[in-house]
Ligand binder design. Structure first.
Ligand SMILES: [Zn+2]
Length: 544
């Protein structure tokens, strides 16, 4: 079992790709690590604690795309290789000078820091081994490293780059699990007298596990490598019950559309409420990720005899380092709480669902839910509020893609409708979902069945000048934040000319990109304009 989406053994031995660095490779992140709403799509190479390491082209090819963003990859290069793969390199400090010049010309011509440029094959060609960029810590990165992905150029499929560098990195350390979770199937199963899921520690559950009816299992585990203190994603999980394989996951590839299926495979509720990752040994009906394989019941085990059921997990990494865990579930007849889904608030995974109520409409097209959901729906009315508050479900349920939510506006504290936005309330925090007003309703795309209402943002971004005594040297910095809808745009002019400032969303810093270019020894006048997503503008002039 377990199909491999990588390349064949002959290919990997034929130096299809050389390493991006000439120093020994170590990883701070591996392929398929569990992250919020996505798998980690590549490897994170450590860069000896510093930025500015030259990155060698891993195989002949051309730069097809360059991006610059305040978050995400920061500065990234997409390299299309002649061998059918495309590599993506993120968090870069610097591009090759010829590329950097084109990027900068675009930034000044369009008066923007953000860049997304595509290039023809003959524009920027690099042979294997040639340096095309320098590693950094830009974007959403919290320590110097190179994020490198390898995708199939035709399908965009992400594959595990480690298969090409196995002989360059030593790993004799197997994965390790800490907990299992047992999931009684609603209306069909029970564990230790309860229809609720329950977690137990590993290697020893610490109590006897009794079950009856249909249950599924899940496991919390990480992989480890020699000589690092990082934890990594587990490549392969197999579950056997009485020596029969009931489930197998192999995290070695996923298509872009399969990336969010992580929310169906992991226990989304555990992640959202406790930031704890369980890999379920169950294929939910709406989960079509090809790397999961299970018995005909999707990994569900039927306990219908009064005997011991031997559960056995096998966890394995790419190097074949494996660790096994065994535990017993005792079959014992117990009352199974019946489940009778009723009417309007029961959503079926294999059809379109529309949730509606006074001032609420949410259309969920087929293919957006991974399993049936009985909404724990609550309408909260507050007569002074801009809109009612709608709890679609008490813990967020993931949707595969954005679905249109409409909320009726009850009160209009301001007349400018561009100031209104849809708010998601989560763990006591408010997040802007953006949106627009039309025919009495706020419209916004949502990716969870959570709790929503409407807010008004009339407060401009906050801009704090930093280290003003340094400004004359060109070291001009601000901290820019926006409490409600977030920073949308920023622009700085010095002495009437647009000047490029880099924005880093991870620390809210706005910094002059080329301090050396500021004319020294003369007085300057600077204008800073920062806007949020509701069009509230901060505008200020500074002399220095
Ligand atoms: Zn990464």
């Amino acid at each position: 079992m377990g199909m491999s989406l990588g390349v064949s053994a002959q290919d990997t031995s034929g130096r299809l790709f050389i390493p991006p660095f000439d120093f020994p490779l170590t990883l701070s992140g591996n392929f398929g690590e569990l992250r919020a709403n996505h798998f980690h799509g590549g490897l994170d190479f450590k860069t000896q604690g510093t930025v500015g390491k030259p990155i060698r082209n891993i195989a002949d090819g051309y730069v097809s795309r360059v991006t610059v963003t305040p978050g995400g990859y920061g500065q990234a290069v997409y390299m299309v290789h002649d061998n059918g793969y495309t590599s993506v390199h993120g968090h870069l400090l610097r591009f090759d000078p010829a590329i950097a010049q084109v990027v900068e010309e675009y930034q000044y011509a369009n008066e923007t820091f953000d860049v997304d440029l595509e290039f023809e094959p003959d524009r920027f060609r690099f042979v294997q081994g040639e340096v095309f960029a320098w590693s950094g810590n830009e974007g959403y990165s919290f320590g110097p490293h190179l994020h490198m992905e390898i995708r199939k150029t035709d399908t965009g499929e992400y594959i595990d780059p480690l298969q090409f560098y196995k002989d360059k990195i030593k790993d004799t350390t197997p994965p390790r699990a800490t907990h299992i979770m047992l999931y009684p199937q609603r209306g069909k199963g029970v564990v230790n007298g309860s229809s609720m899921k329950q977690s137990f520690s590993l290697p020893h559950p610490g109590k006897t596990l009794y079950a009856w009816g249909e249950i599924a299992a899940g496991i919390k585990a990480y992989d480890y490598m020699d000589g690092t203190h990082n934890n990594y994603g587990v490549r392969s999980v197999k579950l056997f019950v009485d020596s029969i394989e009931v489930f197998c996951s192999t995290v070695d590839g996923f298509l872009p559309d399969e990336n969010r299926m992580i929310n169906a495979w992991t226990d989304y509720e555990e992640y959202v409420t406790k930031t704890s990752w369980y890999m379920r040994s169950q294929v939910l009906p709406g989960n079509s990720w090809r790397m999961l394989q299970a018995n005909e019941k999707g990994g569900v085990v039927t306990i219908d005899e009064e005997r011991d059921y031997h559960f056995h997990y096998e966890l394995e990494d790419l190097y074949g380092n494996a660790r096994n865990y065994s535990f017993v579930v005792k079959g014992k007849p117990q009352i199974i709480e019946p489940f009778h889904p009723e009417g309007k608030n029961f959503l079926r995974w294999n059809q379109q669902n529309v949730v509606w109520d006074l001032g609420l409409e949410l259309t969920i097209p087929e293919g957006m839910l991974y399993e049936d959901v009985e909404l724990n729906y609550v309408l909260r009315r507050d007569s002074d509020a801009i809109s009612y508050e709608y709890q679609l479900h008490h813990v967020p349920v993931p949707l595969h893609a954005g679905c249109m939510l409409k909320i009726g506006v009850q009160e209009y504290p301001v007349t400018d409708m561009s100031k209104y936005y849809v708010v998601q309330k989560k763990k006591g925090r408010k997040t802007s979902m953006g949106g627009y007003f039309e025919n009495g309703f706020m419209h916004a795309s949502v990716r969870e069945l959570g709790t929503y209402t409407v807010g008004v943002d009339t407060i401009p971004p906050k801009v704090v000048p930093l280290g003003r005594e340094q400004w004359k040297k060109g070291n001009v910095q601000f901290r820019i934040t926006d409490a409600e809808t977030g920073i949308k745009d920023y622009k700085v002019h010095i002495d009437g000319q647009f000047v490029l400032f880099a924005f880093s969303s991870k620390n809210a810093r706005l910094k002059m990109k080329h301090p050396e270019r500021l004319k020294k020894g003369v007085a300057h006048e600077m204008e800073v304009v920062v806007t949020d997503h509701c069009g509230n503008e901060f505008r200020e002039r500074y002399k220095f």
